[in-house]
Design a binder for this molecule. Structure first.
Ligand code: TXA
Ligand code: MG
Length: 351
């Protein structure tokens, strides 16, 4: 299949181009487009055949439901069976933005979107290109992240292109994504709100509005919990290289890492470090990327960097991190999955 590549400036939306992308979606095709979190791979959510194509293009297991994206709050009523009070409050206060809410689905949403569940995830993105394309489509847009299943989610058009060229109808280039991690998934279909996937909007941000929110914290950063989002049980965010997370609080054991790196080099391995301090390559690795010294900046660069290490032929990537703020939970959730649970304590032992 020939994949058409178009570019839309987020600061100055070309409506004719947005219409072109919207029409492809409306007519049953697949279009990748930017959102504020990661790039999405969109299809008409009311068209089962089109939705099936998403699973094929990504190689995604079909028991993993999709998020339905809208550009206008009033579209929610076509997608959901009912809007609980707390959902209303979240929509009013956090949309448009990086949070998806799960509620009971309407009959219009087919089983391919919901993977047979009685619920549906809905999200209204804030990214201007996403909104223009969804609005132009004139239908709700089912969209997972636009990566091949298992790989890090794409946060740049080049990474979408790498995974999807030849498999989908169109790629809309709208530049880099600013959040860099996928939306918070908040389940509001049960008795109490539960965060199934942590993201930029944290439990602490939600609680003043809707009271106690379960999940979205320490318990979810470990890989061994029973996944509640069907999608969280699969291999995730994995570059080709092996990833090691090196946790520290204050004093990083640099000598220990330098030793590890030299051992790896002796074995013929190409080493990489994704750093959270801007001091240059003090680690002596073959590849060095500075990810950022706040959890926000590091998250923005995380998936992008993991793919860059692959492009640079890294065999093993070390990720020293020390973040402890609210957003760091979401960051660790993704990073620990990329590392398949390889997490080491790298606090330097004094004396
Ligand atoms: O930021 C995002 O959410 C991006 C952009 C494109 O909007 N999309 C995204 O979609 O990350 P995806 O398909 O890669 O992840 C959706 C997650 C999966 O873990 C899926 O299992 C979960 O949401 N999910 C979707 N519908 C659900 C439902 N009805 N019940 C429970 N989990 C659901
Ligand atoms: Mg995904």
């Amino acid at each position: 299949m020939k994949t058409k590549y178009i570019k839309i400036d987020p600061e100055n939306i070309d409506m004719a181009l947005a219409d072109e992308a919207g029409k492809v979606i409306r007519d049953g095709g697949l279009v990748a487009f930017p959102t504020e979190t990661v790039y999405g791979l969109g299809a008409n959510a009311f068209d089962d055949e089109a939705v099936e194509k998403i699973f094929k293009a990504k190689g995604r297991p079909n028991d993993n439901p999709l998020i339905v994206h809208i550009a206008d709050v009033k579209e929610v009523s076509n997608i959901v069976a009912e809007i609980p009070k707390k959902a209303q409050i979240v929509m009013e206060n956090f949309w448009p933005g990086p949070i998806s809410i799960i509620v009971k689905k309407s009959e219009k949403i087919g089983d391919s979107v919901s993977a047979g569940l009685k619920t549906v995830a809905v999200r209204m993105p804030s990214n201007s290109v996403a909104r223009a394309v969804i609005r132009a489509a004139g239908v709700p847009v089912a969209a997972p992240s636009a990566n091949t299943s298992g790989k890090p989610s794409p946060t740049s058009p080049a990474h979408v292109s790498e995974d999807m060229t030849g498999k989908i109808d169109m790629i809309v280039d709208g530049g880099r994504c600013e959040v860099g991690l996928e939306s918070t998934v908040l389940d509001l279909s049960g008795k109490e709100p539960v965060i199934l996937r942590p993201g930029k909007i944290s439990a602490a941000m939600l609680e003043p509005y809707i009271g106690k929110v379960k999940g979205g914290s320490e318990e979810q950063i470990r890989d061994d919990i029973v996944p509640k989002c069907p999608g969280m049980k699969y291999k995730h965010y994995a570059p080709k290289a092996s990833v090691y997370v090196l946790e520290y609080k204050k004093n990083f054991d640099l000598k220990r890492l330098q030793k590890l790196i030299s051992e790896q080099k002796k074995e013929g391995k190409r080493t990489g470090v994704l750093s959270c301090v801007n001091e240059g390559n003090i680690y002596t690795s073959d590849v060095y990327i500075y990810g950022g010294d706040t959890s926000e900046e590091y998250a923005e660069n995380l998936f992008y960097s993991l793919r860059s290490f692959d492009e640079n032929g890294a065999d093993v990537i070390f990720c020293p991190i020390c973040f402890s703020d609210d957003f760091a939970f979401a960051l660790r959730n993704r990073l620990y999955k990329s590392a398949a649970g390889n997490v080491l304590d790298f606090e330097k032992n004094e004396g």
